[in-house]
Design a protein around this ligand. Sequence first.
Ligand code: C2E
Ligand code: MG
Ligand code: MG
Length: 629
Amino acid sequence: MWNFSFVIPSFMILLILLGYYFYRPKLSIRINDTFVSLLVTDFLVILFDMLSSAADNHYERFSVTCLSVLNLLYFVFFLARIFCFFLFLTDVLKMKLLRSPQRLAAYGSVFIAAELLTLASPFSGTVFYIDAAGYHRGPFYHVLYVTFLFYILLSLVLIRRRGAQLKKEERIVAVLYNVILLAGNVIRFLFPTYLIMNTFCLMAIIMIYLTFMNPDFYRSDRGLAFNDRAFRTVLDEMYGSKLFRVLCIGLRGYSDAREIYGAHQMDVGISLIADYLTRTFRDTEVFYLRNGRFALLGDETMDWDYIRSSIDRRFQKPWRAEETDLFLNVLFVRVSDRSAWTDADTMQRRLLSAFREAEGNMSEAGGLTDLDEIVDIDRHVDLKRTLERAVEENRVEIFLQPIIHSSTDRMVGAEVLARIRGEDGQPISPNLFIPIAEQNGQINKLGRQVFEKTCAFIHDGNLERTGLEWLNVNLSMIQCMKRDLAVEFCGIMESFGVSADMLHFEVTEAAVIDMQLLDRQITALREAGFKLALDDYGSGYSNLTRVKHYPFSNIKFDMEVIWDYFRDKDVLLPSIVSAFKQLNLSVTAEGIETEEMAEEMKRIGFDYLQGYYYSQPIPADEFVRKYAK
Ligand code: C2E
Ligand code: MG
Ligand code: MG
């Protein structure tokens, strides 16, 4: 007589798990399919275990065929469940068995043999047989145990071999649930009438669910979207096997918007957008990649132009987050499988740089950046490597550009501009590598090299040789955040026997800075005897109170401001120039490209002029040869 005390509660718990799992939105990735197969086979095993056992208990009321079919189905699914556990493990270990039929057949041969033997039972009584006295085990009954044992041991071997890619906790759970299955197998062997094996399988499934398959691992906490872990997982799986398109949507100026509207309101807004995208574009999968960025993933037929214009239209209206109307703007980046990604990580990194690029391109209407067509993104990666090498090997060079005194037309100073060289030996623009150096912290080393080489240049007597009075060195805001900057630079200067009055620093105002620290740094540089110039005035963040507040002695007008004046001459530029002069500040015009510009700037009252009309920046040694008297 079979005993049902374990199997019924197990069945009920499984039903809860099934309901819960199917109710939550899931990603279409293979491991989910495998897990669903496991849940479904487990359901069938338990179902037919109960049915066949109940029928066996009252065998006299059922026909032999009916008993045979019920028992046969139970054994067939019983074996299938073992194999599903095994397949699930190979998915966890990223073995991609299902993509290679030969390997699948090799690993599955024991399972198939066992199934064939089971299927033969009704005809030749191999695993079980039914006679007038009901159900009996056949001579090959132990094939069930052996198959089970085989796949558990194989699983443990695979975990040992390939488990290094799992997190520690995952590895432990993988071993543990296989040990539990093994224990179930032993107990079934010892107490065959108790139908207890299912309980052990259910324990294993719950462990798998909690550690590997919880759908919440892939959900973002903003609305209905999936998260970036899900995005990587799906891409990794699609890459090389499916055609796909990704349209990414980014909120312009996301961090500013967060400050303006507040973090909570923005979070609500993001959830609203996530829900809107999920509900509107049902053929695509929606991911929230953090920092105001979403991705829509679709197959190769995805109509991204249509989607893009719908989203554009929606964003013309505000998003109502509780009491606030959020006015947000979007930019788009798109990618497809045509690009030669090697893995999801590379692709995500490139997406990020594409977003940065698109953010920088505020003027570009609609801001659609097509990754397939942007070669620059590959270059960005190369550039980072080139920069790292140049900084490590002390190969950052200095170029000099003359600064002309407007009343005498004489070169009195020069600006030091950093260069690194690409693989072709051509100099690379600092506009490309300085932002990278600022992001990855190399700016400090780079700035130190520039400063050392500038001091060496002065130490070698090149100022006298070329008739220069001083050199201007650029300082980035990030460098100013280094607390011992003044001490470090004074040390370098002293070691080269250079005095501070030969050096000026150009600083550009940045948006967000630690004002108190900046105050202290600028005072320290001033006290060390350096003169300070405000660079790129008028290009963005220029803030009148700060100009007044800091001890600048020179204001360098950004070339955009100068060029704008030539496009549309008005009184603005001349009045600002005269205002600065009344404050006893000298003023420099950058970007002078023609004689006409030079004359006009002199007339307006600029003290110093700099630009291609006089000279482009040139390597320091060439500069000496050219200007030596
Ligand atoms: P900046 O300090 O405003 O330097 C002036 C830039 O304008 C230089 O670009 C120069 O080549 C360019 N320029 C000068 N005259 C003309 C002209 O007539 N027409 C045009 N179209 N351009 C002109 P460069 O050398 O590419 O430097 C770009 C920026 O990179 C610099 O802008 C500066 O902010 C930064 N930078 C350069 N070297 C360093 C450095 O050693 N440290 C730091 N922190 N930043 C640097
Ligand atoms: Mg400068
Ligand atoms: Mg400038």
